[in-house]
Design a protein around this ligand. Structure first.
Ligand SMILES: *Cc1c(COP(=O)(O)O)cnc(C)c1O
Length: 431
């Protein structure tokens, strides 16, 4: 190595102490926050090897990854990916810059021109517009079906079908799909299809988080998460992930490399250090509160209906009890609550909802009018005009989204405080 003192101070300020052999990850209790777009290569040969092994699976025996460029791989991102795979009981995970980038990759690795997707009728608004605008423009056909009736999609399957895409509990209605019922139909169909014509199941598990639902256990091939929500948990960072079996790892890494939606290592660090480590604590607290709020709303005279899988009145109670389980096997209905207000017509109910949410925006302390979910703060929003506005008003009604539906993402505040703010706002609109 050249001697530092032979170089000018300005040059030395660039190199400084930034490079040290003194520590490695093994010395840290908390992993270092890495922020290096490129990596020191010991030789041209090693750089070349780094490029040629992109997407290779880390084999457990003495894995020595060659980091070349942060879009292709980074040590903190690898640690987060391992944690996400553990959380979903999957073989591997690949992270992305946002949940939408993860959705794109999760379906993108299976599609080519002329491929077809069968999608649940009610999915996240941007997923809907990704499928019906951008993928459609590339010659991908999308069919919609009500997958909560598992046999409903069978007639839509043809030789071009590549992906069955589902979300359960659905955003925002919290209607559930029986995952095993869907995957067993796919498995049966795949038995008589060639290797190129296999159908893959992809699920968006953002609403549940792996703490309350682990779809791989129910036969799903690929899980998508927006890490921005319950997994990050603090509302500080965006991110996405795909969790699946090793056979799709390379394709996902290559997709990320070329479309370029890599997660920032700084965000990965927050999600790893603060988010995923506190997942169980936060969700347990949030869902205990969510149940109390759902019960409070159900008993309130201004409320028309409440959908929360933890309520006795939840229409798919048996499915909820079977599918929503924490790691200890206990029933875990989650932190999302959906409700509608009374009104002479759906339009009245919608107007009442707007009045309620505007009152909350101006007057509440423990509830905030904002999209997103899974944060420390309780957030309220109107899916019909916000998160799900990609669906036309008519499509919303056809697909079971009530024009006045209100979505509440419960945080970690004291339940009494959230109920106090709701009660005051409900009194205001009932005047
Ligand atoms: C937010 C969300 C997404 C998109 O995630 P981003 O991180 O915002 O890109 C996808 N699916 C669901 C269910 C979501 O709630």
């Amino acid at each position: 190595m050249a001697k530092e003192e032979n170089y000018s101070i300005l040059t030395r300020l660039i190199y400084g102490e930034a490079h040290t052999e003194e520590w490695d990850f093994g010395h840290h209790v908390i992993p270092p926050l890495t922020s290096s777009t490129t990596y020191r290569l010991k030789s041209v040969e090693r750089g070349s090897q780094g490029f040629s092994q992109i997407g290779n699976l880390p084999d457990t025996a003495g894995f020595d990854p060659i980091y070349v460029y942060s879009r292709m791989g980074d040590p903190v991102i690898d640690m987060l990916q391992n944690a996400l795979a553990t959380a979903e009981k999957g073989e591997c995970a690949v992270t992305f810059a946002t949940g939408m980038a993860a959705v794109h990759a999760a379906v993108g690795i299976f599609l080519k021109q002329g491929s077809e997707i069968i999608c649940h009728q009610m999915v996240y608004g941007c997923t809907y517009s990704l499928f019906t605008t951008w993928l459609k423009n590339l010659g991908i056909k999308v069919h919609f079906a009500d997958l909560s009736k598992p046999r409903s999609f069978i007639d839509l399957i043809n030789e071009n079908t590549k992906v069955i895409y589902l979300e359960t509990p659905a955003n925002p209605t919290l209607e559930m799909t029986d995952i095993s019922a869907v995957t067993s139909i796919i498995k049966e169909k795949n038995e008589t299809r060639s290797a190129e014509q296999q159908i893959y199941s992809v699920i968006d598990n953002t609403f549940s988080t792996p703490y309350t639902q682990r779809p791989l256990e129910h036969g799903i091939d690929v899980i998508v998460h927006s890490l921005t929500k319950g997994i990050c948990g603090f509302g500080t960072d965006m991110g996405g992930a795909v969790i699946t079996s090793n056979k799709f790892f390379e394709q996902l890494i290559l997709h990320r490399k070329d479309f370029g939606a890599s997660l920032s290592p700084k965000s990965a660090w927050h999600i790893l250090v603060y988010g995923i480590s506190t997942l169980g604590l936060r969700i347990e607290r949030q869902q205990t509160t969510a149940l109390r709020i759902a019960e409070f709303l159900e008993g309130h005279p201004a409320i028309e209906s409440v959908s929360y899988p933890g309520l006795e009145s939840y229409p798919q109670r048996e499915l909820a009890l079977r599918q929503l389980r924490n790691y200890r096997g206990e029933f875990s209905p989650g932190f999302m609550v959906y409700f509608t207000l009374k009104g002479a017509t759906p339009g009245d109910s919608r107007a009442n909802g707007a009045k309620l949410m505007n009152y909350i925006a101006d007057n509440s302390y423990a509830i905030t009018l904002a999209v997103s979910l899974g944060q420390l703060r309780t957030l309220i929003e109107h899916p019909g005009s916000m998160t799900h506005s990609a669906y036309s008003a008519e499509e919303q009604i056809n697909r079971g989204l009530h024009p006045g539906g209100i979505r509440l993402a419960v945080g970690i505040e004291e339940a009494e405080d959230i109920m106090k703010d709701l009660e005051t706002a409900l009194q205001f609109i009932s005047q």
